[in-house]
Design a protein around this ligand. Structure first.
Ligand SMILES: [Zn+2]
Length: 90
């Protein structure tokens, strides 16, 4: 792909143009003009809207997984349970 995204965007983006900037858009890093053109497209285009929803879900899932359960906590929990097994029940 050698075509670059131009600073000035047409009123109506193609699905391919939207796909190229979708992640940037969802990260909130597009300029206002492009962002609103993308938002408009996502509202009108079911396919791209679905794609955007998938990205958002993925991002949220990753964020959720990164935050509350770090590996260290899992390890601690595991050894805690192992200790209970060893010393708990007769
Ligand atoms: Zn589309």
């Amino acid at each position: 792909m050698t075509r670059l995204i131009r600073r000035r965007v047409p009123d109506h983006l193609s699905c391919r143009q939207v796909a190229k900037v979708l992640q940037t858009h969802l990260d909130g890093e597009l300029d206002d003009e492009t962002a609103s053109a993308v938002a408009e497209h996502l509202e009108m285009c079911r396919r791209c809207g679905l794609e955007a929803a998938t990205y958002i879900e993925l991002k949220e899932a990753l964020a959720r997984r990164a935050a509350p359960v770090p590996t260290a906590s899992l390890e601690r929990l595991r050894s805690f349970v192992a200790e209970l097994d060893a010393h708990g029940a007769e």
